[in-house]
Design a protein around this ligand. Sequence first.
Ligand code: P61
Length: 445
Amino acid sequence: MEPFKIKAVETIPVTSREQRQAALQEAGYNVFNLPSHLITVDLLTDSGTSAMSDQQWASLMQGDESYAGSRNYFRLEETVRRITGYRHVIPTHQGRMAENLLFTNLVKPYDHVPNNIHFDTTRANIEHNNGVAVNCVIDEAYDPVEEVPFKGNMDLHKLDRVLLEVGRERIPLVVLTITNNSGGGQPVSLQNASQVSDWCRRHDIPFFYDACRFAENAYFNKVRGNQSEGIAEIARAFFQLADGCTVSAKKDGLVNIGGFVALNDDDLAARLKNMLVMIEGFPTYGGLAGRDLEAMAQGLDEVLDERYLAHRIGQLQEFGQALCKAGIPIVKPVGGHAVYLDAKRFLPHLPQEQFPAQALTCALYLEGGVRGVEIGGLMFAADGEWPELELVRLAVPRRVYTRSHLEYVVEVCAQLYAQRESIRGLRITYEAPVLRHFTARLELV
Ligand code: P61
């Protein structure tokens, strides 16, 4: 059961099929264009959508809005230092600003940055600095049915290959994303992180985590890796292996806005802070209000509670199992923050050119007012090259939905599966030159 009870509630909208049909047409068959008052269960993202605890709401009243030296900053600094062990804590308004600071200061043109799989904002920030973002995840990550406990692991041979191709001077840092969002929220094992760390030390290359979901990753290590230590100790063991991290606290920070960079290198930290002052804010608030810093510090402590994590990860596993039981094809094993429907197997009658994952995303909304997000050809196809997988991500916000909400989603998926042959494909009528999935418009084929 949920290890919390509910103190404030928010009514969720219920709409008619006619309303949803009209809304979809108006939105150009793109769920990013739907207003949230027409969504019944919103699984678009787990980012910034968490419910805060009573302690976090109380911490908002303790906001110290001093321009410099806010006491909320010192609490955040103490919390992040305790969790990560890193000396310098630089707050930012969200994850991509942390990435912007780090990559702008480390990446030069033609540099290569390996990662298990780059999230789109890390890739964009590296490419913006004319660097090359390289994915080095193990091959199994691309197989939707193979059950591997740590499917987010880095393939060390692929790292060797990048080194051989471009040389040490062209690799300013290695990043490891925990959990690996773009590969399905799959965990990285402590052993693998340790190997990556050794590799980086051997070649004298800085090693950073993209650690948005560090607590969920630590929990997977506890249960799948049979670690006897507590979550905080496992998380600390990960952080000790690296030189720093970027974090979007909108995930495991359990807040609606916030992020940070934490690191040990004094010189690099000074450079990041100089840039922070120019584009974000003074180093003791970094683009946030004092109250946001306080809520973030509180959230970072709460997320390490093993009872919370057992429920969180358990809820996702149960959601995945219920979908499997209904015969619905999903990516396995289920990761930490989302279940991914496999649209190629759900809609085998649709060719990839008709965007099966986008068609399924729209059908889910039409059938039951459920919003997921397409991760397939609309998001990734470029220059005639199509991605391997056509997925619909159903990301579960933290502490927001209960078992019966997710049972409802399973019912909607099952009804849709029973009538899957009637689902029609889509074609694009408008697309922007970059990140087209956010604003594209489509019509039924
Ligand atoms: C998400 F469609 N994730 O999964 P920021 N690293 C990692 C993330 O998962 C991540 C960020 C960095 C989101 C939100 C999102 O095009 C999109 O605080 C592993 O969002 O800046 C964010 O953190 C960036 C969804 C972001 C998107 C960009 O839903």
